[in-house]
Design a protein around this ligand. Structure first.
Ligand SMILES: [Zn+2]
Length: 349
């Protein structure tokens, strides 16, 4: 009942993980194959879009288009044939203002180059199609929120880039231009009258941007598990905002048991106390043991488990409303296997 285990942790952000990537036939042996939904039952929806491959980063940059190609390849398997695959809709630029001030939005727009790649900060860059990619990522996330509130999907995974959780109110950073998860949370509040939205961020880096945006807003619970110390340096347990921020820092070399204990003892009780109308997952997969950017040792099974725990909470509090947004994950094999476990669990309903 387990996914193929990846081997030793990778030492670099290279694409050579593919050498160990199982062939198509290997996937046939997976026992996580989801049940085929009953006739009329809602399916798990997947949003993606070719524009997400056109946000370009400099050669050797870990946040690269091949990440989405790896996800696309793994989800092409027959095991995922019941996924309701939908091309992400065009985003509404006005919704960026739900989380960011207009002068910042215009600064980002003005920084988009006509050609080539420009640096926004030391590790964040933009290419000619980056604006359209970022706005489409927001469009997909908002559409996912609409889907779960309007009954078109049982839950949704958005495979988009650039990621978003490091983008603060007025700062693009950490590979992120706009904070997609924060905008989607506000969208749920504005369009669907959600009173309380929980964002659970298991990316290995602290989502300083999401914390910044909701720091004094008790209508949004932000729970993050992340390695500490690590970029961006925020995320101490003592950072609690208006009582709505729950940071669960993890020491380097934390493995499955300690992660699950932390999730059980800090994240899940916070969700129960908050009773959200919607759960959004900032789903980064860079806490996988193969990831080159961090030193947490999770496996695909841990993402399967954590997904199941949040689905159970969504069932208890949120009428099953759960939207998952891709954040980080930089080892292509670790990313692909983890997304397969995550989406496979979502499809089990
Ligand atoms: Zn990350």
């Amino acid at each position: 009942m387990t996914l193929p285990r990846s081997s030793a942790p990778a030492n670099g952000a290279d694409d050579m993980g593919w050498r160990n990537f199982p062939s198509h036939s290997a996937f046939q042996t997976w026992s996580l194959r989801p049940r085929v939904p009953r006739l009329g039952a809602m399916a798990t929806r997947l949003y993606t879009h070719p524009i997400f491959l056109e946000h370009l980063t400099p050669p050797g940059h870990p946040e690269r288009p091949d990440r989405l190609r790896a996800i696309e390849r793994v989800l092409d398997d027959e095991a995922f044939s019941a996924l309701d695959r939908v091309k992400a809709p065009e985003g509404d630029e006005k919704t960026i203002l739900y989380a960011h001030p207009e002068n910042f939005v215009e600064r980002v727009r003005a920084a988009i180059p006509q050609s080539g790649i420009v640096s926004i900060d030391a590790d964040t860059s933009a290419s000619p199609k980056s604006w359209q990619a970022a706005v489409t990522a927001i469009g997909a996330a908002n559409a996912a929120v609409d889907d779960v509130f309007e009954g078109r999907a049982s839950n949704v995974f958005v495979a988009a880039r650039p990621p978003g959780h490091h983008a603060e109110k007025a700062t693009a950073m950490g590979f992120c231009l706009f904070n997609t998860a924060a905008i989607a949370a506000r969208h749920a509040q504005k369009k669907h009258q959600a009173e309380r939205v929980a964002i659970v961020d298991w990316d290995v880096h602290h989502g300083n941007g999401t914390q910044d945006i909701f720091w004094d807003d008790p209508s949004v619970l932000y729970c993050s598990t992340h390695q500490m110390p690590l970029y961006p340096g925020t995320g101490a347990k003592s950072e609690t905002g208006a009582g709505n921020i729950v940071n669960v820092p993890l020491a380097p070399r934390t493995g499955s048991d300690m992660f699950r204990d932390a999730f059980r003892s800090r994240v899940l009780p916070s969700i129960d106390a908050f009773a959200p109308d919607l759960i959004i997952i900032s789903a980064g997969f860079d806490a996988h043991h193969r990831d080159p950017l961090a030193e947490i040792n999770l496996t695909e099974d841990d993402f399967d488990w954590a997904t199941g725990q949040l689905m159970e909470r969504a069932g208890r509090h949120s009428s099953n409303r759960l939207v998952s947004l891709l954040e980080g994950g930089y080892d292509l094999q670790g990313l692909a296997f983890s997304v397969a476990a995550h989406v496979g669990r979502l499809m089990k309903g």
